[in-house]
Design a protein around this ligand. Structure first.
Ligand code: NAI
Ligand code: SF4
Length: 505
C-alpha cells in the first residue's frame, strides 16, 4: 500500500509532518508494508493535510486529516473524499502547467517521466534553436510574472543577441500577496521547472541557469536543491544533457526578502552580489543582463509551462484561452474564501465565477466587497466588475492587471481607506530608493491618505495628483503600479473615504 502525505508548506503548516509520522508509527505497529510518499499538494488548501491511499482499489483521498484520524484510516472506518480528481474544484480545472503537481513523487525522476515528464525536452533536443523559439512563439505563451510580454519574442531577442555567455534566470521571487504557485511547483514538481529551463537554454544558446528564490520559502528551497542534485546525477542537467553533447548547468540562489528583488534588474543585481537596486532599462536584460551578458529572465510559471508546450505541441497550448491571452493560468485563490487554493484554467473565466462559484464566496458568509487581483500592486475590483474575463487585456481595460494571478477576496467588513493606506505604506517600506516619485511619493501618499481620514477636503485631489506622478514618473512597477490599488479603492469605494470627511465638516 502507498500513502501520499503532502510535503507542501501549507500542508505542513496544517500538520502534515505529524500526520506522516503517525501513519508511519501506526503502519509499523500493525506490521503493514506501507510506502509513504511525500507528494506536492493537489492545491485544495482547505482539505490539507489531504492524504491519499493507493492500493488495488485505486487512489482515494482523506482530508483534512488529523493525527487522531490515523487509526480509523487504517481501520477503513474514516469517511473518504473518494477520487480527489473528481472533487468539483479539481474537476473543473485544465491542468497543463500543474498536470503532475500532487500526483507524483516530486523527487522521483522515473515517476516524473512515467507521467509525461522529459517528453518535451527529448523533442526539443532534436530541434534547432530557431525552431524551439518558433514553437514558443506559436504557443502564444506570455510572461506569467505579470507583464505578459511574449515569451517567444524574448527568447528570440536573446538568441540573436551577441555574447560569449548567455544565461537563463528563473524568477522565483514570488512576493505578491495571495500567491503560492511558484512555491507549489518547486515543492510538488521541481523537475518540470528544470526541464523548462534546459529547453530555454537550448532555445537561446545559454549554458547556465539560475533559479532566484526567496528565503521565505525554506521548504521549497530544500526540495528544489535536492531535485537539482538528482537532475545532475541522472544527466538532465550537466555537461551532456540526456546523453547529448549539450551543456546546461543550474544553480539555486536565495534572496534575502526584498519585494523589489522580484523586479528583473534588481534581481540581477542581487544575483551579482550587489544591493538589490533597480537598473534603468534600456539596456534590456535580453541584450545586457546578468554580468552584462544576454539573459532570459522568465517567471517560474512561464518556464514550468514550456515542457507541456513541447510535449503536447504549441497549437494544443494555443487552443486554450481568450484573445491574446493564450493557454491556461494557474490562478491562486486566497483571502476570505470558502475554498482557497490553486485553480488552473484557460484564460477567459469571469472573475465573479472564480470568486462566487469556484471559491464558494466568503468564508465568513458575508457579502464580497472587493477582490484584489495581481498582488499588492493590483487594483481592487468591486462586484460590479465581476463579469471581467480573466485575461491580460480584459483586466487592463478595467484599470487593473492580472499580475501573477493571485486573487485575494475581502468581505464587507474591510475598510478600503485602510487598504489604500496599506498600499502606500507597503511601497514606502519596499522601495529601493532609486527614484523620487516612489521613494518620496509613497511616504507623502501615506500622509495624504491620513489627511483624507481626518477630513481634509483638498486631500483626495492631491492624492490623485500624486498617484498620477508616481504612475508616470517611477522607474519600475513598484512605484508605478502602487496607484492601482490606491486609486481603485478611492474610485470604487468612495463611501469608505467619505465618513471621516463628513464627520470633520
Ligand atoms: P516590462 O513591461 O518592462 O517588461 C516585461 C518583460 O519583457 C521584461 O522581462 C523585459 O525585459 C522584457 N522585454 C520588454 N521588451 C522586450 C524586447 N523588445 N525584447 C526582449 N524582451 C523585452 O515589465 P516589468 O517591469 O519587468 O514587470 C512589470 C510587471 O511585473 C507588472 O505587470 C506586474 O504585474 C508584475 N509584477 C510581478 C510581481 C511578482 O511577484 N510576480 C511583483 C511585482 C510586479
Ligand atoms: Fe526603486 Fe521604487 Fe523607483 Fe522602482 S519605483 S526603481 S522600487 S524607487
Amino acid at each position: 500500500m502507498r500513502i501520499y502525505v503532502p510535503l507542501d508548506a501549507a500542508a505542513k503548516a496544517l500538520g502534515a509532518d505529524d500526520v506522516a509520522a503517525a501513519i508511519r508509527a501506526e503502519a509499523d505497529a500493525r506490521g503493514l508494508d506501507v510506502e509513504i510518499v511525500r507528494n506536492g499538494t493537489r492545491g485544495m488548501v482547505w482539505l490539507e493535510p489531504l492524504v491519499e491511499i493507493e492500493d488495488a482499489d485505486g487512489r482515494r483521498g482523506y482530508g483534512p486529516l488529523t493525527v487522531d484520524d490515523v487509526p480509523a484510516l487504517f481501520d477503513g472506518t474514516l469517511e473518504t473524499l473518494g477520487d480527489v480528481e473528481k472533487i468539483p474544484f479539481f474537476a473543473r480545472q485544465t491542468r497543463l502547467t500543474f498536470a503532475r503537481c500532487g500526483l507524483i513523487d516530486p523527487l522521483n525522476i522515473d515517476d516524473y517521466e512515467a507521467h509525461g515528464g522529459l517528453a518535451g525536452l527529448r523533442r526539443a533536443i532534436q530541434m534547432t534553436s530557431e525552431n524551439i523559439v518558433e514553437e514558443v512563439k506559436t504557443s502564444g505563451l506570455r510572461g506569467r510574472g505579470g507583464a505578459g510580454f511574449p515569451t517567444g519574442i524574448k527568447w528570440e531577442t536573446v538568441l540573436h543577441a551577441k555574447g560569449a555567455q548567455k544565461y537563463i534566470i528563473c524568477n522565483a521571487d514570488e512576493g505578491d500577496s495571495g500567491t503560492f504557485a511558484d512555491r507549489m511547483i518547486m515543492e510538488g514538481d521541481p523537475f518540470v521547472l528544470i526541464e523548462g529551463m534546459v529547453i530555454a537554454g537550448l532555445g537561446v544558446g545559454a549554458t547556465k541557469g539560475y533559479v532566484y528564490s526567496r528565503s521565505e520559502y525554506p521548504d521549497a528551497n530544500a526540495v528544489f536543491a535536492e531535485a537539482i542534485g538528482i537532475a545532475l546525477e541522472r544527466g538532465l542537467i550537466g555537461p551532456d544533457v540526456l546523453g547529448s553533447d549539450r551543456r546546461f548547468d543550474l544553480e539555486l540562489r536565495i534572496g534575502a526578502g526584498a519585494y523589489v528583488c522580484g523586479e528583473e534588474t534588481s534581481l540581477m543585481n542581487s544575483l551579482e552580489g550587489k544591493r538589490g537596486v533597480v537598473r534603468a532599462k534600456p539596456p534590456l536584460p535580453a541584450y545586457r543582463g546578468l554580468f552584462n551578458r544576454p539573459t532570459v529572465v522568465n517567471n517560474l510559471l512561464s518556464l514550468a509551462t514550456i515542457p507541456a508546450i513541447f510535449e503536447k505541441g504549441a497549437e494544443h497550448y494555443a487552443d486554450f484561452g481568450l484573445g491574446r491571452s493564450k493557454g491556461t493560468m494557474p490562478i491562486q485563490i486566497a483571502g476570505n474564501v470558502k475554498y482557497g487554493g490553486l485553480f488552473e484554467t484557460a484564460f477567459g473565466m469571469p472573475l465573479g465565477e472564480l470568486v462566487n462559484e469556484i471559491a464558494g464566496g466568503t468564508a465568513s458568509g458575508r457579502p464580497v466587497k472587493a477582490v484584489q487581483v495581481g498582488g499588492p500592486l493590483g487594483a481592487y475590483m468591486p462586484p460590479e466588475k465581476f463579469d471581467t474575463p480573466f485575461g491580460y487585456e480584459e483586466f487592463d481595460g478595467q484599470g487593473g492587471l492580472i499580475g501573477h494571478a493571485g486573487i485575494v477576496v475581502f468581505d464587507d467588513t474591510v475598510d478600503m481607506l485602510q487598504m489604500a493606506r496599506f498600499a502606500m505604506e507597503f511601497c514606502a517600506i519596499e522601495s529601493c530608493g532609486k527614484c523620487t516619485p516612489c521613494r518620496i511619493g509613497a511616504v507623502r501618499g501615506v500622509e495624504t491618505i491620513d489627511r483624507i481620514a481626518h477630513g481634509d477636503p483638498d486631500a483626495p485631489a492631491l492624492l490623485a495628483d500624486l498617484c498620477e506622478t508616481m504612475r508616470g514618473g517611477s522607474l519600475c512597477a513598484l512605484g508605478g503600479f502602487t496607484p492601482f490599488p490606491v486609486m481603485s479603492a478611492l474610485t470604487h469605494f468612495p463611501d469608505d473615504f467619505a465618513p471621516a470627511r463628513e464627520a470633520a465638516e
